[in-house]
Write a protein that binds this ligand. Structure first.
Ligand code: SAH
Length: 345
């Protein structure tokens, strides 16, 4: 088994270099190439030829290979399809905002959570991604586009807290100066509500933003659309949120999909307000995206406005998510399905 260099943090890379009997500065040189997204050892021109040959024998860079890039014709969104070393296929989405580039990355090849409205739930789960494969998505896009991504959201395929150790290693690495040096405050991690992972994350001392996919304030109804709620009820979830906020001092963003009749009535808005009362939080309303074969339809503009007004009146900070990349199926929950078909063809 060859070692995947992107899976190593800088300290581990230094150890790898020391164990190979090489001078310390080689770690710095190799790291600079890795961060630039150079996958081929022969392009690492400041390394002696013999060292490049040796590296080829024992290691791979572990950078995901871009196999397709779909660009939206209506906005500056691009969807990247990657192949990993074992043939697994994953996706990331690059978005351009006024403040710069943001990328939505995947944490697993597939997802085990089974949310009813999400396209990832129908596709078999392959495996969790390593920290290097998570980081590699950002590095590969930076190189492909010749840009510097400044913001990261872990909202692509997979449940990040179902891949806890790799996601935390990724976070600590991507923040570090030796790697991409992306500020923790510019990173959001979204979870469907895996309570033990949330409590552990609260102890990591990372100033990232935690997003919680809530989607419904009633236990019975949430359990219908999100099986995770059968394991961790809303009481458990909100208790964990409270602890997270107390420990980190940071507000939580609640993602709330607006689905006609399922989550968008006044009754839902009022119960949501009751649940969120006194909590340091923000609500992001997402008009649900249609997924082939699923019967959920998005709420009208009017009912989203009404819902939002109820929250605002109770003093809850709320925004409505703008949809990007509509023509390339780049929106929440739409990744993966089409990709498998493409990947198999
Ligand atoms: N597993 C994590 C992160 C991936 S999903 C989580 O559940 O948070 C990213 C976000 O997209 C989540 O809020 C998810 O609930 C939402 N989502 C999934 N399918 C969607 C759809 N069809 N329309 C709108 N949002 C969707």
């Amino acid at each position: 088994m060859k070692i995947n260099l992107l899976d190593l943090n800088f300290q581990e890379l230094q150890e790898f270099v020391a164990e190979a009997g090489l001078p310390k500065f080689r770690a710095k040189q190799i790291n600079e190439w890795l961060v630039k997204g150079v996958a081929d050892f022969d392009e690492m021109t400041n390394l002696p030829g013999a060292l490049r040959e040796k590296l080829k024998e024992v290691a791979v860079t572990g950078l995901p290979a871009v196999i397709n890039c779909l660009r939206s014709k209506i906005d500056d969104t691009a969807k990247f399809l990657f192949r990993l070393h074992d043939g697994c296929i994953i996706e990331s989405v690059l978005m351009k905002y006024k403040y710069g580039y943001s990328v939505c990355i995947s944490s697993q090849a597939g997802c085990r959570m089974g949310c009813k409205f999400c396209a990832s739930s129908d596709i078999p789960f392959s495996r969790s991604l390593t920290s290097g494969e998570i980081l590699g998505q950002i590095i590969a896009i930076n190189r492909h586009e010749n840009i510097r991504i400044g913001h990261v959201v872990i909202m692509g395929i997979g449940e990040p807290l179902d891949n806890y150790d790799n996601i935390v290693k990724f976070l600590k690495t991507v923040i570090s100066e030796e790697s991409l040096g992306i500020g923790a405050r510019k990173i959001s991690l979204s979870t469907c509500g895996l309570v033990p992972g949330m409590l552990k994350l609260a102890e990591e001392d990372l100033a990232i933003t935690l997003s919680v996919s809530l989607h419904n304030p009633f236990d019975e109804e949430r359990s219908e659309i999100m099986p995770v709620n059968r394991k961790y009820s809303l009481d458990n979830l909100f208790e964990a949120c409270k602890i997270y906020i107390e420990k980190t001092g940071r507000r939580i963003t609640f993602e709330y999909a607006m689905i006609v009749g399922v989550s968008d009535t006044e009754k839902h808005a009022l119960e949501l307000c009751r649940r969120l009362k006194g909590l340091l939080c923000h609500v992001n309303l997402i008009p649900v995206n249609a997924v082939e074969g699923k019967s959920y339809s998005r709420s009208s503009k009017k009912s989203i406005e009404n819902f939002s007004a109820i929250l605002e009146k109770k003093g809850i900070s709320v925004t409505v998510r703008r949809e990007l990349g509509r023509d390339i199926n780049a929106a929440c929950g739409q990744l993966r399905k089409q990709l498998i078909e493409e990947g198999n063809s």
